[in-house]
Design a protein around this ligand. Structure first.
Ligand code: ADP
Ligand code: ADP
Length: 225
């Protein structure tokens, strides 16, 4: 795992300032949560790191290396979205192998690594199943397996549990945190759920109006008025 350095990142849409010179340093292996209301810029910040949004200014570095010139698939970042973004016409294995195939890993080896990732998310033996036949919780596990299969240095998760019901959400919070601890991968997790942030995080960065308003350990952020 590697540290992430975000410095003075700015992104505007017309007159609207989505990211207002955001600066944030994340330690190698840390689990940091971006917490804030809808529209505060959380997704835009993740997408800038992942390479899907081009900032107008500032620096984005992973392990001390500027990643802004790199396309998304060269940044070595695993991404999990709220809506899973799985390919419905592919099997579970096909979905998990996809990032490896994209990177030129031979089929047999990709299959083997996909199965290992599926074991990690407790979907051993599900490889041949259709995505359509899975429950919501299982789909989110497939999305997690796909994000970890190429052993990324960084994981970005954008409200990955918001489509799940309350019990499963709480269970998956625990599972995601455990997966992070097992892999030791630097993780940025986005949520607007304060309890989720408190449960899961090493540190919480509270965002509002394109800025980080507060940052600290969960107990420090919530002791203040
Ligand atoms: P959050 O993830 O905290 O809900 P976002 O990063 O999605 O916030 O959005 C921040 C602001 O930027 C919102 O007001 C949103 O409407 C705006 N925004 C995001 N993407 C675009 C876009 N492609 N075009 C115009 N405005 C956008
Ligand atoms: P789904 O059937 O929706 O795909 P999963 O397979 O992701 O659900 O998770 C189901 C597993 O998680 C079961 O083993 C179940 O016992 C366990 N589980 C679900 N919710 C909780 C919870 N709140 N606390 C503990 N275990 C839970």
């Amino acid at each position: 795992s590697l540290p992430i350095s975000i410095a003075d990142i700015r992104k505007t849409y017309g007159n609207y300032v989505a990211l207002d010179d955001v600066t944030l340093d994340i330690a190698a292996g840390e689990f940091l949560t971006l917490l804030g209301p809808s529209g505060s810029g959380k997704t835009t910040l993740l997408m800038a790191l992942a390479g899907f949004v081009r900032p107008e200014g500032g620096l984005l570095a992973i392990g001390g290396r500027d990643v802004t010139p790199l396309p998304p698939n060269k940044r070595n970042i695993g991404v999990v979205f709220q809506n899973y973004a799985l390919f419905p016409h592919m099997s579970v294995s096909g979905n998990v192998e996809y990032p490896l195939r994209l990177r030129g890993v031979p089929k047999a080896q990709a299959r083997q690594r996909a199965e290992a990732a599926l074991v990690r998310v407790k979907l051993s033996g599900f490889g041949a199943r259709d995505i359509a036949a899975l429950s919501g919780g299982q789909r989110q596990r497939v999305a997690l397996a796909r994000a970890i299969v190429f052993e990324p240095r960084v994981m970005l998760m954008d409200e990955p549990l918001s489509a799940l019901d309350k019990n499963l959400r709480e269970h998956m919070q625990f599972e995601i945190r455990k997966l992070h601890d097992d892999l030791g991968v630097t993780t940025i997790y986005v949520t607007h759920d304060q309890r989720e942030a408190l449960t899961m995080s090493d540190r919480i960065a509270v965002m509002d109006a394109g800025r980080i308003q507060q940052i600290g350990a969960p107990q420090d952020v919530y002791r203040r008025p």
